[in-house]
Design a binder for this molecule. Structure first.
Ligand code: PBG
Length: 325
C-alpha cells in the first residue's frame, strides 16, 4: 500500500515503539576486547595513536580482564610483545613466552573468561614479517610448522581459542592437526580467514611493535579491491576445519561481512581495527563527533552487516554505555 495508507513514521514515533521494532540489538556478549601483553610488572604504557589502549604487564592485564568480565564482555584476545625478537620468533612457541604467561594468569584468575590467543609471527620476528623469511620472501610451508608449535604452546597454557592472523595458505589445517596430535582437540580455531592488506592497521603496529622492517604484507593479505576472492578464502578455511571465521578490517568491508554471513553457517567475527578506533578517538577528542553515539552506531552497523562477534577496542566503553552507565 502506498502513501497515505502506509506511513513508515508511525513505528518511529516513540522510543518504546522504536525499541519494539529494532532489528539489531547490540549486546556486551557480542564483544571481544584486544589486550597487549608486555613483560615486567605494573607496566601500563599508553599507545599514543590509540587513546585508552595500553601495553600491559600480566598483573595489569588481569585487572583489565576482570573489568571486562564484570561488564559482561565474554572474551579477550591477546597479542604479545616479546622480550626478544629473532628470525624464527622463538618466544612465540616458548612455554615461557609473554602470551603463554598471560593466558595462565587470566585462566587462573577468571576461569570463565574466554581467552583467545592471536597467532602470528610478526610481533616475534626481528624482521617483523608473518612468517619465516628466505631470500627476502615469506616461506609459506616452513611457517606452518612454527604456527603449529605456537598453537600447541598456547593451548598448553590454557587458551580456549587460537586465532591465526598471518594469512598463510594451509594455516588452519596445519594448526588443527598440530592441536589434535598434541591432545588439544577441544581448542577452537577462530581464523582470520579474510584479512585485507589494509592501512587501517597502522596504530596496531605501534601497540604490538610488529611493523615489517622491509616490504609490506601484500603477498599474503588480500587486495582491498577483491570480494569474490574472500569467498574462496572462506571456503578453504571451512574445509580446513575453522570453527569461526573473521573478516578484517570491519568498516570499509561491511559488504564482505554481509557476503560471508550469507555464505556460511559458521559464526562470523569482524575486527573493528586500530585505525578505525583511532579515527573515532581523534575526531571525538577534537569535539567533531559525539563519541558515544558514533561508537554505538559503528558497532551496530557491523552487527547489522552480519557479524555475530566484534573485536573492538571500544568494548569496555560500549558495554558501559549499553548498560546505561
Ligand atoms: C597480525 C595482526 C595485525 C592486526 C591483528 N593481528 C596487524 C597486521 O596484520 O599487520 C591488526 C589489528 C588492528 O589493526 O587493530 N598479528
Amino acid at each position: 500500500m502506498p502513501f497515505p495508507i502506509t506511513r513508515l513514521r508511525r513505528l518511529r514515533a516513540t522510543p518504546t515503539l522504536r525499541e519494539m521494532v529494532r532489528e539489531t540489538q547490540l549486546d556486551p556478549r557480542d564483544l571481544i576486547y584486544p589486550l597487549f601483553a608486555v613483560h615486567g610488572e605494573a607496566v601500563r604504557r599508553p599507545v599514543s595513536s590509540m587513546p585508552g589502549v595500553y601495553q600491559l604487564s600480566v598483573d595489569q592485564l588481569v585487572r583489565e580482564a576482570q573489568e571486562c568480565h564484570a561488564l559482561g564482555i565474554p572474551a579477550v584476545i591477546l597479542f604479545g610483545v616479546p622480550a626478544h625478537k629473532d628470525a624464527q620468533g622463538s618466544e612465540n612457541f616458548s612455554d615461557d613466552g609473554i602470551v603463554q604467561r598471560a593466558v595462565r594468569a587470566l585462566k587462573a584468575a577468571l576461569p570463565q573468561l574466554i581467552v583467545i590467543a592471536d597467532l602470528c609471527m610478526c610481533e616475534y620476528t626481528d624482521h617483523g614479517h608473518c612468517g619465516i623469511v628466505r631470500d627476502g620472501q615469506i616461506d609459506n610451508d616452513a611457517t606452518l610448522e612454527i604456527l603449529g608449535r605456537a598453537a600447541v604452546s598456547y593451548a598448553r597454557a590454557g587458551a580456549d581459542i587460537v586465532a591465526p592472523s598471518g594469512m598463510m595458505d594451509g594455516m588452519v589445517a596445519s594448526i588443527r592437526s598440530a592441536l589434535d596430535e598434541a591432545g588439544f582437540a577441544n581448542v577452537s580455531i577462530l581464523s582470520y580467514a579474510i584479512k585485507y592488506a589494509s592501512a587501517f592497521y597502522g596504530p596496531f603496529r605501534e601497540a604490538a611493535e610488529g611493523a615489517p622492517k622491509f616490504g609490506d604484507r601484500k603477498t599474503h593479505q588480500m587486495d582491498p579491491a577483491n570480494a569474490r576472492e574472500a569467498l574462496r578464502e572462506l571456503e578453504l578455511d571451512i574445509q580446513e576445519g575453522a570453527d569461526m571465521v573473521m573478516v578484517k578490517p570491519a568498516l570499509s568491508y561491511l559488504d564482505i561481512v554481509h557476503r560471508v554471513r550469507q555464505a556460511t553457517h559458521l559464526p562470523v567475527a569482524a575486527y573493528n581495527v586500530s585505525g578505525e578506533y583511532a579515527m573515532v578517538k581523534a575526531a571525538a577528542a577534537n569535539g567533531w563527533l559525539d563519541e558515544r553515539a558514533i561508537v554505538l552506531e559503528v558497532l551496530t552497523s557491523i552487527k547489522r552487516a552480519g557479524a555475530d562477534l566484534i573485536l573492538t577496542y571500544h568494548a569496555k566503553d560500549a558495554a558501559r554505555w549499553l548498560a546505561g552507565m
